[in-house]
Design a binder for this molecule. Structure first.
Ligand code: THU
Length: 160
């Protein structure tokens, strides 16, 4: 039996098409990106998280001379948020990434597989979908309405 999975997403050609809060998140993610510690890849990623109380927190990728010991921007940010505000729901996550010297052709940077899995843990825990935006420095933005949409057949606690 053949089955299909469909995901819907929104595409913004330019950040001017975003709402005010989305624009704020984009700006915060860009500010965080500028402070990324990525001396090995020269690939800079910033992330901004909007909580249900309206607060915004941000983070970036942190690399290490022992390469696998570094961490992506999404996990750096969300782990910090979860550690400090374990009972506050996350509404939106905005990611912006690209090479340090970005080119206008650089496409929106989607979260890696490990980040998708990690973010889904919190989406499941809070029992409410998180809007996820990923973008490039050239202002193109993709929005999905749940992190789960990016990881069909995700693994979670229900299997344990
Ligand atoms: N990176 C992120 O921070 N987020 C992603 O979604 C993709 C990759 C980081 C990890 C590493 O520091 C650099 O980008 C190159 O892979």
């Amino acid at each position: 039996m053949k089955k299909d999975i469909q995901i819907s997403y929104e595409y913004f050609k330019n950040s001017s098409e975003l709402s005010d809060i989305e624009k704020q998140l984009f700006e915060r993610a860009k500010e965080a990106r500028a402070k990324a510690y990525a001396p090995y890849s020269q690939f800079f990623v910033g992330c901004a998280v909007l909580l249900e109380n309206g607060e915004i927190y941000s983070g970036n990728n942190q690399e290490n001379a022992a390469f696998p010991s570094g961490l992506c921007a999404e996990r750096t940010t969300l782990f910090w948020v979860a550690a400090n505000f374990p009972d506050v729901k996350v509404k939106k996550i905005f990611v912006v990434g690209g090479p340090k010297e970005f080119h206008e052709k650089n496409p929106p940077i989607p979260p890696c597989g490990a980040c998708r899995q990690s973010l889904i843990e919190y989406e499941t825990k809070q029992n409410e979908n998180i809007d996820l935006y990923f973008s490039s420095m050239n202002e193109e933005v993709v929005k999905v309405h749940a992190v789960k949409d990016l990881l069909p057949f995700y693994f979670d606690a229900t299997f344990l």
